[in-house]
Design a protein around this ligand. Structure first.
Ligand code: SF4
Length: 360
């Protein structure tokens, strides 16, 4: 499709959406990459004010619990270890401090770009214990699993993984089970569906009778998703689930990735930042790979959760508030001095709202 056709189609779909929306319609885009793209495109300014796009719980850093950061800091302070992490996690505060502050105090915290770099790091630094912070969703789970499996096959004994890998389906059940939720439709993350298959999000429609669409990340993917959802919502269609990202998402998902996940992890209860424990919502290393589990290798005592005062990230992750409804937004909390994780990550709703100056 050429650029002119793309633009004409986008304009046509947006006009159609706006003419269908005679009452308020709330659509949640579950993942942070969609939130980012929606803001970048200025979509909210093109859509009728009756269409409210809410960001959801799909930013991995934003849902990482305070206790997890506190646990890393305790390991850093008690043991002579190197902590390796993705950059986004550096500035997220635990109960009090962040990894960036620990690095400033001289602790060995390094940013890596792929879990597979860890293997080389561990092999070159045999005398050093390395702890990798593996956070993310179904999308990052396979590459973390591959790193763990590779470490096992190579007999690496100085590498540990402190994981906080969350699952999308249980948090959506949590949102949808709330009696007064006001979400009329869901834009489901195409990358999670690429791994898990197109049927992974079908339950939204099947069990809760709310339309949902698996969408890609181009402008046309997102606008087509909104068009589809608004059409289903306004026409009150019974069966309304669609995979609109067929060029990447197959019905069965990525078999190799899922075999890796099953090989290394078990499903377990998970702790979500500000939300608490959700049953069967995380992946944890199974017995076969337990020797790589940092929670088993290092003794950590501080299990007390200290919640950051006044941060509304919980409500933002659940689609109950927008960033500007947090009284700390901009003046007290901004990307230079973030109080909550939603202001840290490039996929965090608050950081996106600050960056693009948009009401999200
Ligand atoms: Fe938390 Fe800051 Fe967002 Fe408020 S603006 S919800 S304090 S991250």
């Amino acid at each position: 499709m050429n650029r002119k056709m793309d633009k004409d189609l986008l304009t046509h779909l947006i006009n159609e959406v706006n003419s269908m929306a005679t009452e308020e319609i709330k659509i949640m885009e579950v993942c942070g990459t969609h939130t980012q793209m929606i803001a970048k495109l200025g979509l909210r300014t093109l859509l009728s004010p009756k269409i409210k796009l809410l960001s959801g719980p799909g930013c991995p850093v934003c849902v990482t619990e305070e206790k997890y950061i506190d646990c890393v800091i305790e390991i850093l302070n008690k043991y002579n270890v190197t902590v390796a992490t993705f950059g986004d996690l550096m500035r997220v505060r635990g109960g009090k401090e962040s990894l960036l502050e620990e690095k400033g105090k001289g602790k060995d915290v390094r940013i890596i770009y792929s879990p597979l770099d860890l293997i080389e790091m561990a092999e070159k630094n045999r005398g050093k214990q390395i702890v990798f912070l593996g956070v993310g969703f179904e999308t990052t789970a396979p590459i973390i699993a591959l790193a763990i499996k590779t470490a096992s096959e190579k007999g690496i004994d100085n590498l540990y993984f402190l994981t906080s890998i969350k699952l999308m389906a249980p948090i959506l059940h949590y949102i949808l089970k709330e009696k007064n939720h006001q979400i009329h439709g869901f834009i489901c993350p195409g990358h999670v569906a690429t791994i898990k298959g197109s049927g992974y999000f079908k339950f939204i429609n099947k069990e809760y009778h709310i339309p949902a669409a698996v969408c890609g990340f181009e402008a046309i993917d997102i606008v087509a998703g909104i068009y589809y959802l608004v059409k289903q919502i306004t026409q009150e269609e019974e069966e309304s689930f669609k995979n609109l990202y067929e060029r990447c998402v197959s019905p069965q998902g990525n078999r190799t990735a899922n075999l890796l996940i099953d090989e290394v992890f078990n499903i377990a209860d998970g702790e979500w930042r500000g939300i608490g424990n959700i049953e069967n919502s995380s992946l944890q290393m199974n017995e076969k790979y337990a020797r790589f589990d940092a929670r088993k290798a290092f003794v950590v005592e501080n299990q007390q959760v200290k919640v950051s005062m006044g941060c509304d990230c919980k409500d933002i992750l659940l689609g109950k508030k927008t960033p500007r409804e947090c009284k700390l937004f901009k003046d007290r909390c901004n990307p230079m001095d973030p109080l909550g994780p939603c202001m840290v990550s490039t996929e965090g709703a608050c950081a996106i709202a600050y960056r693009y100056g948009e009401e999200i």
